[in-house]
Design a protein around this ligand. Structure first.
Ligand SMILES: Nc1ncnc2c1ncn2[C@@H]1O[C@H](COP(=O)(O)OP(=O)(O)OP(=O)(O)O)[C@@H](O)[C@H]1O
Length: 317
């Protein structure tokens, strides 16, 4: 089955000439029907810029993007009824009530659901008559989500959907997104919450410096990454552990792909030498450890030349 979204070699510069900023540097990705795809990354990695391109809110300077097999900008009228977009900052009018805002938004949708339905979904029924400007930040975020859901989208773009939400409302939003996924909605989301990606995403891409540095299922991403054992240096020559990277400063840090075997070996050595390993910790590889490694990778100064002519993208055939 062909993917709902397909991007190949996508670039985005801001500005022109020598001062142009190369924000997206050759992204390739596919999002399959019914999948939740999470874009993670450091601040300024290019997540929102990438999302804007997929949503058809900006045009790539190079590369190809297809959404439902169509060009996201040129075919926007055809695509728009089937997508919902929750921007990073909604920018809704502060003076309108929640119900008025949704009523206004509903008028732009081709096959909308009811206002009561979305208010129930985002748990804002009791705030319907309150002005948007008077809502808390978390409540405003849920109005943004309600707007994105009004059109009953098949494809939902969510830019940091739970930023500003308290833990209870974050969980409620996760449940709502899980329900939408179960009903077949495809989602692309950005988030700074790694647990959110772990909870919701079928596949994850970690961006840094405008490129995707890791991509795959959580299991794929973590599989290549070593576990870490660390403890305060006991002042003795450390045992030789095969195929590990040992950083033996005041605090010893051992990177290993064989956590159990090497931990056992280390503890046996400590017992034989009557040592207590102060501050001993053993951590399996996690999304967080992979993310922190990616964040430490040097930025990429090599930049493809910006097209001098308007090289607007074509849909993949
Ligand atoms: N309109 C613009 N003009 C110039 N530079 C821009 C513009 N929009 C974004 N950028 C720059 O492009 C880079 C990528 O920005 P983007 O918002 O896509 O990152 P992000 O990964 O979403 O970051 P964050 O996690 O902080 O939201 C940043 O360095 C940003 O300053």
């Amino acid at each position: 089955m062909s993917p709902i979204i397909s991007a190949r070699g996508v670039h985005r510069w801001y500005g022109h000439g020598p001062d142009a900023f190369h924000a997206v540097r050759g992204i390739d990705l596919d999002v399959q029907a019914g999948e939740v795809f999470a874009l993670l990354g450091t601040n300024g990695a290019g997540k929102t810029s990438t999302l804007d391109l997929l949503e058809g809110l900006s045009t790539a300077d190079d590369g190809t993007i297809a959404v439902f097999g169509l060009h996201p900008v040129r075919d926007r009228r055809a695509i728009r009824p089937d997508i919902g977009i929750m921007l990073q900052s909604g920018g809704l009018p502060a003076e309108l009530t929640v119900a008025e805002t949704l009523q206004m938004w509903r008028g732009t949708c081709t096959h909308p659901t009811t206002i009561d339905d979305v208010l129930t979904k985002v748990h804002l029924t009791d705030r319907a008559d309150v002005r948007v400007g008077s809502l808390s930040g978390g409540e405003q975020r849920r109005v943004d989500l309600a707007c994105a859901l009004l059109g009953q989208p098949k494809l939902l773009f969510l830019d940091e959907p739970t930023t500003g939400l308290d833990p209870e409302n974050r969980r409620a939003t996760w449940q709502l997104l899980a329900d939408l996924k179960a009903s077949g909605v495809t989602m692309v989301l950005t988030t700074h919450y790694l647990d959110e990606a772990e909870e919701l995403a079928d596949r994850i891409a970690i961006m840094h410096g405008g490129r995707i540095r890791r991509e795959g299922t959580l299991r794929d991403i973590v599989a290549d990454h070593p576990a870490t054992i660390s403890f305060d240096h006991p002042g003795l020559t450390l045992p030789q552990l095969s195929a590990v990277q040992i950083n033996a400063g005041a605090r010893v840090e051992i990177k290993t792909h064989h956590l159990q075997a090497h931990l056992l070996e280390l503890l046996s050595w400590a017992r034989d030498n009557h040592l207590i390993l102060d501050g001993l910790t053993a951590r399996a590889a996690s999304l967080e450890s992979v993310f922190l490694d990616v964040a430490d990778e040097p930025g990429d100064d090599a930049t493809t030349a910006q097209p001098t002519v308007d090289n607007t993208i074509g849909a993949l055939s």
